[in-house]
Design a protein around this ligand. Structure first.
Ligand code: PMP
Length: 350
């Protein structure tokens, strides 16, 4: 027998391309086209590098307290991690520990099945309707947990709080996770449900609405009991997840509400302006409440558009799996100028 038979083998998640080229229009990973708050830049410029000699605060208390203040919850209801991927991965490990399957949509964030396979968690996917909405009745069965992003990714389609409350009410036996990576761009948040139900975890990220994908900050809010279980697993895995610089810049960002609100409003305004332009060019898409539009063209193949845009140095995302969505492109919302250029090039291509 070879040692390779004893190795854990997984099929990893494939992140969007990060091209090294200059002068590209990068609409493929849902980053925010605007920089982080000037308050963050100030923290980075003035950071006392002697601090780096020491381990960071394992509880990241400054950041946890700032997030708790911002959302008006107690600090024992907040968990922070290295991007929401870290938070979600830890949440899978902590909460999904049943022989029953964890449920999530068939078209959703493609990391969920990767974590489930990594941790050997049984799972079952539930087919979205043809209009890419979620059928809540699909989740009406005993299960080991539920995870749904709101808005869903990569569709951009949002459901309302009542929709999620109806699901949660039926599942006192497991944890329900709502991944709110894109919620700031116009969807309803499920945060109020975390006051009412002790088994719902809401996960957020700094990567999109706070323009800080490079800093890797994510967080979760839930009941104190839920957070305690998560912390116990995290401290059994890696104590020092958040570095000192990131903790300080995360605090500065969440305290600058004005900048945050302004940039989110700008992205939303650009998205709404671009929607009719894309429709006019022959694209079809469900209404998006996120910082991207998930569109299919009535006549031209997604792969052809993808390659032609790439040749013009415009990067969008094309998921080849599942095959149900292989004729769609996910187009992140960039600056006004970037979107103008996209529309101009699309007019030439189509
Ligand atoms: N959830 C969803 C739905 C996402 O699309 C992403 C971005 N890839 C994440 C979580 C993870 O984001 P991050 O780790 O940058 O917080």
């Amino acid at each position: 027998m070879s040692w390779t038979e004893n190795v854990r083998k997984v099929v990893p998640y494939v992140p969007g391309e990060q091209p090294k080229l200059d002068k590209i229009i990068k609409l493929n990973t849902n980053e925010n086209p605007y920089g982080p708050s000037p308050k963050v830049i100030e923290v980075l410029k003035n950071f006392d590098t002697d601090v780096l000699r020491k381990y960071p605060d394992p509880n990241a208390s400054d950041l946890v307290n700032a997030i708790a203040d911002y959302h008006n919850v107690t600090s024992d209801r907040v968990f922070v991690g290295v991007g929401s991927d870290d938070v979600l991965s830890m949440a899978f490990l902590t909460y999904f520990n049943s022989d029953l399957p964890v449920l999530f949509p068939d078209i959703t964030y493609s990391f969920y099945d990767v974590w489930a396979n990594l941790y050997r968690i049984p799972f079952e996917t539930k087919k979205l309707r043809d209009d890419l909405t979620i059928d809540a009745s699909d989740y009406d069965m005993p299960c080991g947990g539920i995870i749904i992003p709101n808005p869903n990714a990569p569709t951009g389609v949002a459901e309302n709080v009542d929709f999620f409350e109806n699901i949660i009410k039926k599942h006192p036996e497991c944890v329900v996770i709502i991944d709110e990576a894109y919620v700031d761009f116009g969807a309803q948040t499920c945060l109020p449900l975390t006051d009412k139900y002790d088994n719902i975890l809401v996960v957020r990220t700094y990567s999109k609405s706070r323009s800080m994908a490079g800093s890797r900050i994510g967080y979760a809010i839930g009941s104190p009991r839920l957070i305690k279980y998560l912390l116990d697993c995290k401290f059994s895995f890696n104590s020092y997840t958040m570095d000192s610089i990131t903790i300080a810049s995360g605090v500065a960002s969440i305290k600058d509400e004005e900048y945050f609100a302004d940039k989110v409003a700008k992205v939303i305004a650009t998205r709404e302006r671009v929607k009719p332009q894309l429709r006019e060019l022959g694209f079809d898409f469900a209404d998006s409440k996120s910082n991207f539009i998930f569109a299919t063209h009535k006549t031209v193949d997604a792969n052809i558009i993808f390659e032609k845009l790439k040749a013009s140095n415009i990067f969008v995302r094309h998921f080849k799996n599942p095959s149900r969505i292989d004729n769609y492109l996910r187009i992140s919302i960039g600056t006004e100028g970037e979107m103008d250029e996209l529309i101009k090039v699309l007019k030439e291509i189509l």
